[in-house]
Structure formats: C-alpha cells, structure tokens
Design a protein around this ligand. Structure first.
Ligand code: SF4
Length: 327
C-alpha cells in the first residue's frame, strides 16, 4: 500500500474542497471496497478524506419520495420500515448483496461506487484497461465467465457488481451530488457509464463531486416486486445474472412495469422495451417470455459466458412470475 495523508471532515462542502485540492485525493466512508483496492495497489490515493462524520445518513420521506443519505448503511436501510413497506424491491436487493457484516459497514453511496469484480482488474500482473488504460483487456480472450453480454466495448467487458443499483435503476431513482460547481441531480440510469474507449471511468461523476443522497419516487411498486439474484453460492457472491422486477397489476392485466438486470453490463441494465411491451398485457408466463425475448435483443456472449444467453431470459421470466405471484 502506498503512503497517503488522512484528514477528517464534518461538512460536505469541506469534503469537496479537500478532495478538489489534490488530484489523487479520494473520499472514504465504509471503505469495504476501497481498502482492498489500496492494499492490492490498484488505486493509490495520495490523501483519504474521511466523510464518516458528515451528517448524511438520514432516511426520510419528502412529499412522495424516499430520500436516503449517502452515508446511510446498507443493512439499516434494508431494515428501515420506510423501505420495507414502500420499496420492498430495494430492501430485497440490498439484502442480496455482500454479507451481513459488510452491509453494516458499507454505505449507500459507496455501494454505487464499488468497482467491478473482474478478476483481471484485481490481478496486477495481468493487462487491464480499467486499471491501467492502454494495457489491453485480459478478460477478452481469458476466462470471461462472469462478464458482460450487453453494452461492452473492445476495451472492457466487465460488469457492475452492485445489487442495490439494479433496483435503484428499475425504480427511477436519482442521485444528488455536490461538487466544486454546486449541487446537481443525476438520473440513476445515467449515473454509471458504459466502458467505450474510457473503461477506467465507471460513472458520470465529475472531479471532486460527492454523492449526498438518493431519491426514489413512490411510483406504487410495493406489492408485486421481486429481486432475483442467480449466483454460484447463496451468500456473499456476486450475481451471474440478477433481475429487478416490479409490476402494477389490476384484474390480471399489467398496468405498469419496471425491469432491470445486473451482472450483464458495465452498468445496471434497464429493460425499457420489455417494460413497454408488458403494459396492457395479461399476467401470464407467455407475456413474460415474450418480454424476456425483447429484453435479450442485441445480447452477445464471449467464450465462457454463453450460458448467460439462456440464464438471463429464464431469470427475467422467473422474476416476473414471482413478482406476479404466479409461483
Ligand atoms: Fe480490465 Fe475490463 Fe478487461 Fe476486466 S474486462 S480485464 S476490468 S478491461
């Protein structure tokens, strides 16, 4: 691990100012991913600005929306009544992530910012354009079983690892950030980016910007929801494929739908065409299978992840069936 300076702040403006002064300074909160990355020499900040004492951990409602402070911890958020009663899809996704110990250490803001778990990114003896731009991509011709089937580039085929982010993308959340130029709000589906020719950049955050909260509008998806996570073991494993499904159903007809997938792209993958198809359709396995077919248009696999071309549509159908209480 490299040597670094450490400072602690108690206000978001002070945090932004401290990080903006130094090119390689970084915020630290729970540190559940960042410390691992530093120990392995994958990221080498010259300064850590500890934001744990900035008062950003409130969970509250404002009008028709839920607002979660960026420093609220994953575990308590998943257990909060405000979340379990009105946003059960988010509670399910949070509980599917990591382990209980990590959920009680990791923050909501940090969850969004966690880096890919591509093994080549963590192995500093291997080429990786995300870790070291221009060195190549070890996964392209390597063991790419966990990798993307949508939205990848010839520079990077990694997937985003967060479960929570898949639910937030489905639920039309937005992220409030503060930076050197003031506050701005980013729609959640624009928060993370595809790799393109700059795979080293995961999000659309600008230099010095700090996430302060996430807002989720209450669009009435509290009854027929399901977060399905398919993984190699039942705990503390990242998704091979996950699906966040939310439906509004009236007399066996789908009135509205939200769908997003994880484990398939460099960002949470919202399935808007499949959602549009589902509106007005009867609640049936046939409707869900057709939606899954639409969702899979454009998918492309690599040598070791062709199984995702079958697993992903099957997972969509299963998640929708559970959400609709057909199983
Ligand atoms: Fe690096 Fe991305 Fe290639 Fe993995 S997929 S080795 S993260 S460039």
């Amino acid at each position: 691990m490299n040597q670094f300076q450490y400072s602690r702040v108690t206000h978001s403006n002070a945090a932004v100012s401290a990080v903006s002064k130094e090119k390689a300074a970084m915020f630290i909160a729970g540190g559940t991913n960042l410390i691992d990355l530093m120990k392995r020499g994958i990221v080498n900040p010259t300064r850590l600005v500890d934001i744990n004492r900035v008062p950003l951990n409130e969970i509250k409602t404002e009008g028709n929306s839920l607002i979660i402070g960026a420093l609220a911890l994953n575990g308590p958020v998943a257990e909060s009544k405000l979340v379990t009663e009105k946003f059960p899809l988010l509670a399910q996704a949070l509980n599917a992530g990591a382990s209980a110990q990590i959920r009680n250490m990791a923050t909501i803001g940090g969850n969004m910012l966690q880096r890919t778990r591509c093994p080549y990114f963590y192995d500093t003896t291997m080429p990786c354009n995300k870790r070291e731009p221009g060195t190549g991509c070890g996964a392209l011709e390597g063991f790419n079983r966990m990798h993307a089937i949508f939205g990848f580039s010839d520079q990077c085929i990694a997937v985003h690892p967060s479960d929570m982010s898949v639910a937030l993308a489905a639920l039309d959340a937005s992220v409030l950030v503060i930076g050197p130029k003031g506050e701005r709000r980013i729609p959640f589906t624009d928060f993370h980016r595809l790799p393109g020719d700059k795979p080293q950049i995961d999000t659309n955050l600008q230099a010095g910007e700090l996430i302060t909260s996430v807002t989720i509008p209450d669009n009435g998806f509290n009854k027929n929801v399901h977060y399905l996570k398919v993984r190699d073991r039942t705990s503390y494993a990242f998704a091979l494929v996950s699906v966040a499904a939310a439906l509004q159903i009236e007399k066996n007809t789908i009135r509205d739908a939200r769908l997003a997938m994880g484990g398939v792209a460099h960002k949470p993958w919202r399935l808007t065409e499949a959602e549009k198809f589902l509106i007005g359709k009867p609640v049936s396995e046939a409707s869900f299978s057709e939606a899954a077919k639409i969702a899979m248009q454009g998918a492309k696999a690599f040598k070791y992840n062709t199984y995702k071309l079958t697993l992903a549509p099957n997972s969509i159908v299963q998640a929708l069936k559970v959400a609709a209480k057909l199983v």
